[in-house]
Design a protein around this ligand. Structure first.
Ligand SMILES: *[C@@H]1O[C@H](CO)[C@@H](O)[C@H](O)[C@H]1NC(C)=O
Length: 346
C-alpha cells in the first residue's frame, strides 16, 4: 500500500538543491499519506475494540440477568394466607401452600442447573420399616426435575432395599463410623454427616437437606423450600402457645432457652440449607454437646437445634404442611401435606 519511492526517498535525500526541494515536497506528501493511513488503521482498530467491549459488556449484563438474586416479592405473597403466620419477626418467609409462585421459582432455578442433596440416616429398626418408602416417595416428590443426590448413611449395607431412581437422581452410600463413646445416635449421625460434607458433599450440591427416615413424601417438596438456612415448624407445637414449647430449660445447658423467649418450636426431622450453613450448625451442636458433657448434662438433639435456630435465625421456615403428623386431627390451615412424619416409630 505504501508507495515504493517514499521508502527510497529518505535514503536518496542529500541536500537543499531544487531537485532536493522537489524531493522533500514529495517526501512530505508521502509522510502525509503515511500519517493518514496510520490514522485510518488506528481508527479501524478503535472501532473494532469498542464493539468488542460493547459485546463483552452485553454478555456481562446477560450473566447478571441470569444470576440475579430473586426478590422475595417475585415469588412469595404472604397475603395469600391470612389465616396463618407467613412472615417471621425477622422478615423470613414461612412457606405455606398458596403463598409461593412455583413457576417463577422454576424459571430461576432451572437456569442455574442446581443440584440438591438429601441426607438420610438409616440405622437400626427404622431401616426395615421406612427406608424403602422414604426413598421411593422422595424419588417421586423431592425436587422433581432437578439434579438430586440421596446420601444414605448406613452401618449395614445388606439392609439396603432395591432402589429404582428416576432421571437426574442418584444415590451415594456412606458408611456410618462409630466410636463407642458416642452414645446418642443423632450425635453419631451428625459426626458422620460433618465428615462427609467436608469430604465431598459440599462440592457436589448447592443445597442440602438432612431428614430422618421415618417420613413419607406425599406431595411435591420443591424449590420453594430452598434457602441458606431452612427450618421446619413442628406439627405438634405450631398451634400451641410459646410458653409450652419443650425447649431445654436448664440454665446450665448449652441448649437453654429461658421462658418467655424463643420464636418457634422447630422439628429436627427436617433441616436444610447450603452445605456451609448445615456445617455451621453441626459444629455448634458438637460444641454444645461437649460443653454439656463437661457439666454432666445431656440434652437432646432437637433442643440444640432449637437453640441454634434461636440464635442464628433461619432464612426460610417451612409450615407444618411440610412435615405433618397424620395421627393428628388435621386443622383447616393444613391444606396440602407434603410429608407425613411417623412419630410412632420414635
Ligand atoms: C447440570 O448439572 C449436572 C450435574 O452437576 C451436570 O451433569 C450437567 O452437565 C449440567 N448441565 C448443564 C447444561 O450445565
Amino acid at each position: 500500500m505504501i508507495p515504493r519511492h517514499s521508502t527510497n526517498e529518505s535514503v536518496s535525500y542529500t541536500g537543499q538543491t531544487s531537485k532536493g526541494i522537489k524531493q522533500s515536497q514529495e517526501r512530505m506528501n508521502s509522510k502525509w499519506k503515511m500519517l493518514l493511513l496510520t490514522s485510518f488503521a488506528l481508527l479501524l482498530m478503535l472501532i473494532k475494540h469498542r464493539s468488542r467491549i460493547k459485546n463483552h459488556l452485553e454478555k456481562i449484563d446477560l450473566c447478571w440477568e441470569n444470576e440475579k438474586e430473586l426478590r422475595l416479592s417475585d415469588w412469595f405473597n404472604p397475603k395469600k394466607r391470612p389465616d396463618v403466620k407467613t412472615t417471621t419477626d425477622w422478615f423470613a418467609p414461612i412457606i405455606w401452600e398458596g403463598t409461593y409462585n412455583r413457576q417463577v421459582l422454576e424459571k430461576y432455578y432451572k437456569r442455574l442447573n442446581i443440584t440438591i442433596g438429601l441426607a438420610v440416616f438409616a440405622t437400626g429398626k427404622f431401616v426395615d420399616q421406612y427406608l424403602e418408602k422414604f426413598l421411593q416417595s422422595a424419588n417421586k416428590h423431592f425436587m422433581t426435575g432437578y439434579n438430586v443426590i440421596f446420601y444414605i448413611l448406613m452401618d449395614d449395607f445388606s439392609k439396603l432395599p432395591p432402589i429404582e431412581l428416576g432421571p437426574l437422581r442418584t444415590f451415594k452410600l456412606c458408611t456410618v463410623l462409630k466410636q463407642h463413646v458416642w452414645k446418642d445416635f443423632n450425635y453419631i449421625y451428625m459426626k458422620n454427616l460433618d465428615t462427609y460434607i467436608i469430604e465431598h458433599i459440599q462440592h457436589e450440591v448447592d443445597f442440602l437437606f438432612s431428614m430422618t427416615v421415618n417420613q413419607i413424601f406425599k406431595n411435591d417438596f420443591g424449590v420453594e423450600t430452598l434457602g441458606e438456612s431452612v427450618a421446619q415448624l413442628h406439627a405438634w407445637w405450631y398451634f400451641r402457645h410459646a410458653e409450652n414449647f419443650p425447649y431445654e430449660r436448664r440454665p446450665k445447658s448449652a441448649a437453654f432457652i429461658p421462658f418467655g423467649e424463643g420464636d418457634f418450636y422447630y422439628q429436627s426431622a427436617v433441616f436444610g440449607g447450603t452445605p456451609r450453613e448445615v456445617l455451621a450448625f453441626i459444629k455448634e451442636y458438637q460444641k454444645g454437646v461437649t460443653s454439656d458433657n463437661r457439666n454432666g448434662l445431656k440434652s437432646i438433639y432437637e433442643h440444640y437445634l432449637n437453640k441454634y435456630l434461636f440464635i442464628n435465625k433461619p432464612t426460610k421456615l417451612l409450615s407444618p404442611e411440610y412435615n405433618w403428623d397424620p395421627n393428628f386431627r388435621t386443622p383447616p390451615q393444613i391444606k396440602h401435606v407434603k410429608i407425613a412424619w411417623h412419630s410412632k416409630s420414635i
